[in-house]
Design a protein around this ligand. Sequence first.
Ligand code: PLP
Length: 400
Amino acid sequence: MSPLLAARAAAVPPSATAALDAHAKALVAVGVSVVNLTSGEPAFPTVEPAARAAERAIAEDFTRYTPAAGIPELRTAIAAHLNRHGTTYEASEVVVAAGAKQALHYAFTALLDPGDEVLIPAPHWVSYPHLVALAGGTLVPVHPAPGAGLKVTPEQVRAAVTERTKVLLLNSPANPSGVVYSRYELAALVEVAVEFDLVIVSDEICDHWVFGDARFTSVAALGTEVAARTVTIGGVSKTFAMTGWRIGWLAGPAALASAVTALQSHTASAPSSVAQRAALGALTADLAPELERRRSELDARRLATVKALVDTPGLRVDGDPEGAFFLLADVSGLYGKAYCGRTIVSAADFAELLLAEAGVAVVPGADFAAPDHVRISYTVPPEQLAEALGRIADFVGTLT
Ligand code: PLP
């Protein structure tokens, strides 16, 4: 270990998804034809009203520090945005941060003491273990039973509770599986949190991206007792295609909102003033038709991806990818097969060969607690997606 770094920093590896994304982009830069299915963002432009609001903010020189919790009109707009799902948030319970990631960092820092445990249904997003560890806690994945559609049961969560468990972390629609827990399933899971007096952190960043018959449920809408112990995480990144603007939020009990505001006041001061105005522009415009159009486009890409993978012998789509813009393909059916003498024995082997030999970048699932899977992000434009899916089928077809 480098003597330069504290153990805290040395223990944090770079994000596997970001590393793969960078690798794929580097190959493209030197002329290799790569279709990149690693991305964690919808391939749409930032919604118009957000961009115009940012231009106006700059023209008006709205470029100073804002209140640490965010500008009041944005906090009000976020509360209204959340309450469409049946919650009853007040603006005073909302804190604006530099992305949902930053909001999660603040939430865990405010909630966890050293050694506290955070339960998470697996597979789970790559950043959770590190966000929790940085705050002194430990992420404890709860694994679904084989064949259970990548969903955990309340009994499995209950069995994982220890004296140190402080938080139940939920993420539906889920990254990386795209699985959407129903209202009924979530209600049963949060009962465990009530029973053991756990705080619930509900990462609802992909609330807009739900397809087919699936319906999004906001955990804090499941009753006042649940709302009182829930921290809702969200942001504009995914819904409005604004990943680079870095605006997210948390909403929760007033004591937590105050603690997080204090944390932010001493660290970031506040998120960017211009980006806050952009987010306000997105949240207060009538974007329903545009967002609905985008949802239909993404749904078509989702269905095309599922079909192509189901039709490829040896690959299996696991769980029901009804939300977000990812799915997990189980590649263990290809273990033992070989490409030019190299035998595939892991999802990492598959992903490496697929990139090197077929020019398709996907993320191996080990860091998502899904070791036999690869995560496929289907947000890329349809012609690129069709090309990638064709390459995957051809590559698998050449394995012996
Ligand atoms: N939560 C989940 C599940 C995510 O997938 C992501 C981004 O990939 C985030 C949070 C972070 O979002 P933001 O861009 O708002 O920081």
